[in-house]
Design a binder for this molecule. Structure first.
Ligand code: PEP
Length: 247
């Protein structure tokens, strides 16, 4: 399993800043064969980013998708459109979509299914808020968020085609990353949960204030199969340092 490095640009950037960011990334040499690198630009910039990446074997992905196929759903982006633009991946259930936009576990599960139907690899983002953590609800939250996909018809088969990103909400964009040992334990819990439910070979990656300072220690843990990077992925030097922290 190659380590995964996902860059979530969120709702940031412009044609100009993306030109600069990609040209700066491409100017630095890297053996990308040993890594799976996926860039998640805002959807209006997907095609542009894909073209800028040229022949380099990095992927682009959508930050969100509709649970519908097509039609009168103003403002939504269909899975088939993401495929059309060359996406291989899509984020599903990012905490900002769950907690800012208000997406329910059921909607997230439908989106996960829609991605699979259209041969996109969904990255299912799960994780507890600070209140949930303080109330010792972390495992219950993770169970509920995973179960919503597992409970779909053929759920185990569907779930086994995706990626799980453990992203504690209190660590996202706060500069306070979870401790590598705690992440490893949580990933161990998720791995056991998946195996008990006949879901095998799913990469489990970590997101939440990943920086060049903590990426190495996180990625040394065998339980952590990659990282999902938000803020630091908007800085070419920082993202490159994160990419280079493993050989
Ligand atoms: C994210 O957007 O998923 C994320 C983890 O953001 P940050 O790295 O900025 O915490």
């Amino acid at each position: 399993m190659k380590p995964i490095f996902a860059a979530n640009w969120k709702m940031n950037g412009s044609l100009e800043s993306i030109n600069q960011l990609i040209s700066s990334l491409l100017s630095q040499s890297l053996n990308s064969i040993a890594r799976e690198v996926i860039i998640f630009p805002p959807s209006p910039y997907l095609l542009h980013t894909k073209k800028l990446l040229g022949n380099i074997n990095w992927y682009v992905g959508g930050q969100n998708l509709s649970n519908f196929d097509q039609g009168a759903y103003t403002g939504e982006v269909a899975a088939s459109m993401l495929r059309d633009l060359g996406c291989g991946y899509v984020l599903v259930g990012h905490s900002e979509r769950r907690h800012v936009i208000g997406e329910s576990c059921e909607l997230v599960a439908q989106k996960f299914h829609k991605a699979i139907q259209h041969k996109l690899i969904p990255i299912l983002c799960i994780g507890e808020t600070l209140d949930e953590r303080n109330a010792k609800e972390t495992y219950n939250v993770i169970d509920k968020q995973l179960r919503s996909v597992l409970d779909l018809p053929t759920g185990a088969e569907i779930l086994s085609k995706g990626i799980v990103a453990y992203e504690p909400v209190w660590a996202i964009g706060t500069g306070i990353a979870a401790k590598p040992n705690d992440v490893a334990n949580l990933h161990g819990y998720i791995r056991t949960w998946l195996l008990e439910n006949k879901v095998e070979d799913v990469p489990i990656i970590y997101g939440g204030s990943v920086t060049p300072d903590n990426a190495h220690e996180l990625l040394l843990k065998p339980e952590i199969n990659g990282v999902l990077v938000g803020g630091a992925s908007l800085d070419a030097n920082k993202f490159m340092e994160i990419l280079k922290c493993i050989n």
